[in-house]
Write a protein that binds this ligand. Structure first.
Ligand code: HBI
Length: 97
């Protein structure tokens, strides 16, 4: 299913609700750093995100260093941010409260 890139207006509106995420204009992507107590907590988070990603068929670009997880979301099929990224960011935020 072809997914549409968000218009500037829709993107700005969506990002208003994702205050913990940074927008990378150069990629039209959003990113957030998550810091946990230790690797065990970080990896447990990654496991839950992985299950969300598989269920949504929408996968993060991410890296993990010990207790830190950096996540980037963009929609390759749309060449930038789509509603799928916003939905995934909201779902990820719900994991950490
Ligand atoms: N994940 N972030 C991201 N962006 C995509 O465009 C994307 C994906 N996961 C799977 C997916 N696209 C499939 O729709 C395509 O691989 C067919």
């Amino acid at each position: 299913m072809m997914v549409e890139r968000l218009s500037e207006l829709d993107r700005d509106e969506a990002l208003d609700g994702l205050t913990e995420w940074d927008w990378d204009e150069s990629r039209d992507a959003i990113s957030r750093r998550f810091v946990f107590a230790d690797f065990n907590e970080a990896f447990g988070f990654m496991t839950r995100v992985a299950l969300l990603a598989e269920k949504a068929d929408h996968h993060p670009e991410w890296s993990n260093v010990w207790n830190r997880v950096d996540i980037v979301l963009t929609t390759h099929d749309a060449g930038g941010l789509s509603a799928r990224d916003i939905d995934m960011a909201e779902a990820i935020d719900a994991l950490v409260g």
